[in-house]
Write a protein that binds this ligand. Structure first.
Ligand SMILES: [Fe+2]
Ligand SMILES: [Fe+2]
Length: 141
């Protein structure tokens, strides 16, 4: 046997029912974010230029920022008890994304693979853990 294959490039994340948080509005936003993330993965893997990638990253930051606002409004409206903690997680994430975006602007595209892997991992983990935690407080809209 030769050496194992290491996953060096990010791959697209497919939406699946287990990501649903019992809200059509939130689910649609999560799907849109995944879609943009997957565009970013595709652009990276097909060698798009720095400007195109920068544009997608900016779009992703905007989209996620808007999503967090919606989510925080929902959690407030439904009386979710861990609202403050969850909001703090969102803020940490936005700060990190902005930090990475600054790094990206100064670096080669290759350096961004790790950032995208981080984004994908974070997003999936956040939806499955933190977002899922408020799901039982929401009544389906
Ligand atoms: Fe979310
Ligand atoms: Fe969240």
């Amino acid at each position: 046997m030769s050496g194992h294959n290491e996953r060096k490039s990010p791959v697209a994340i497919e939406w699946r029912d287990s990501l649903s948080v019992n809200s059509k509005v939130i689910d649609e936003q999560h799907k849109s974010i995944l879609n943009t993330l997957n565009n970013l993965v595709h652009s990276l893997n097909t060698g798009s230029n720095h400007d195109i990638i920068a544009e997608i990253i900016n779009e992703l930051i905007d989209q996620i920022t808007r999503h967090f606002i919606t989510e925080e409004e929902f959690m407030k409206a439904y009386g979710y008890p861990s609202l403050e903690e969850h909001t703090a997680r969102h803020k940490e994430f936005i700060d990190k994304m902005i930090e990475y975006n600054t790094l990206f602007k100064d670096n080669a595209i290759g350096a961004v693979n790790g950032v995208v892997l981080f984004l994908e991992h974070w997003f999936e983990a956040h939806v499955l853990m933190e977002d899922m935690d408020y799901a039982s407080y929401l009544t389906s809209d």
